[in-house]
Design a protein around this ligand. Structure first.
Ligand code: ROI
Length: 179
C-alpha cells in the first residue's frame, strides 16, 4: 500500500483477550502470552497496551490447570474479519492445542471489542458473547479502560454483576516487558 493510501485507512481501537493453560515446546503459559503480545504488535498501528497478568480458575471442566489471562488494547487498520484471521494464525504458530470443548488450550486469542461495533456473523460475534460471564476478561479490561461500555453497559456495572472469585492478579503490566 502506498504511503498516501495508508493515510486513508481508518484505524479501530480493539481489545483482545489472551488466555493459556498449556505449555508448548518453546515455553510455559506466561512465555506463550508474552510471545503473543509481541505478535499483536505487528497488527497494530501504535502502542499495544497490556493489562496485568491474572491467574484464574478454569471456566468449564475443573480437571484442567488454572489459566493465565490478560487483555491487550491497540489500534489496527485490519477489518474485524482480517483481525480474526491474523489471530488464528498467531494461535496456530503457538502450536495451539485444544483437547476438548471448554478444555485446556495452549493459546486463545479472542476479539472482545472492535471499536463500538456490533458484529454478528457465523464466524464472529462482537462484543464477544462470553464477556459478561467472564471475570477473567472484565477485570483486565476494566484495568485498561474504566470508561468502556459493553453492549451499552458501563464496564463497572458488568463487574458488579459478576463474582470476582477464583481470580488473582499475579503481575502488573510490566510482565510483558520482562520476557
Ligand atoms: N477459563 C479461564 N479461567 N480462562 C480462560 O481464558 C478460559 N478460556 C476458555 C474456557 C475454556 C471457556 N475457560 C477459560 O475458552
Amino acid at each position: 500500500m502506498s504511503v498516501a493510501a495508508n493515510y486513508l485507512v481508518e484505524s479501530h481501537l480493539v481489545y483482545i483477550g489472551l488466555g493459556s493453560n498449556l505449555s508448548n515446546d518453546s515455553g510455559n503459559s506466561r512465555q506463550i502470552l508474552q510471545q503473543a503480545v509481541q505478535a499483536l504488535k505487528k497488527l497494530s498501528t501504535g502502542l499495544v497496551r497490556v493489562s496485568g497478568l491474572y491467574l484464574s480458575k478454569p471456566m468449564g471442566p475443573q480437571d484442567q490447570p488454572d489459566y493465565l489471562n490478560a487483555v491487550a488494547g491497540f489500534e489496527t487498520q485490519l477489518t474485524a474479519h482480517e483481525l480474526l484471521a491474523a489471530l488464528q494464525q498467531i494461535e496456530q504458530q503457538a502450536g495451539r492445542i485444544r483437547l476438548r470443548r471448554w478444555g485446556e488450550r495452549t493459546l486463545d486469542l479472542d476479539i472482545l471489542l472492535y471499536a463500538e461495533q456490533c458484529i454478528d456473523t457465523p464466524e464472529l460475534t462482537i462484543p464477544h458473547v462470553g464477556i459478561l460471564q467472564r471475570n477473567f476478561v472484565v477485570i483486565p479490561l476494566l484495568e485498561l479502560d474504566a470508561q468502556l461500555h459493553i453492549a451499552d453497559m458501563p464496564i463497572k456495572d458488568c463487574l458488579a454483576a459478576q463474582e470476582s472469585k477464583g481470580i488473582c492478579q499475579i503481575a502488573d503490566s510490566s510482565w510483558v516487558a520482562s520476557s
